[in-house]
Design a protein. Sequence first.
Length: 108
Amino acid sequence: MQNYTRHAMFLGGFGLIALAAVGQGIAKPTIGNITTLPSEPVQPGSCTSSTAGYLEKAGRTKLTDSEIGHAASAALKDGYVVTLYPQTNQGLFVNYECLVRSKNATAP
């Protein structure tokens, strides 16, 4: 009985170590090199003020990745700086910061 228990503990420990090794082997996306490029003129957006809240579409707060992407893309085109927060039970919290620039301003 003791040999069976030791054998089971050994296999269980070995299994946990193997799972930990596999979990560490999964490559997460990272930012590679950051390089400086010549600045381009930034077109002023049409936004007029900043806003924040839970993203929704037709009263739904559980959105698909595609719907979230379309909303973020549209906000970027309107001149907002978009910050998305991890989704919770209440939905996806977003912050749209409007960076109003005059048409004569140059990009930083």
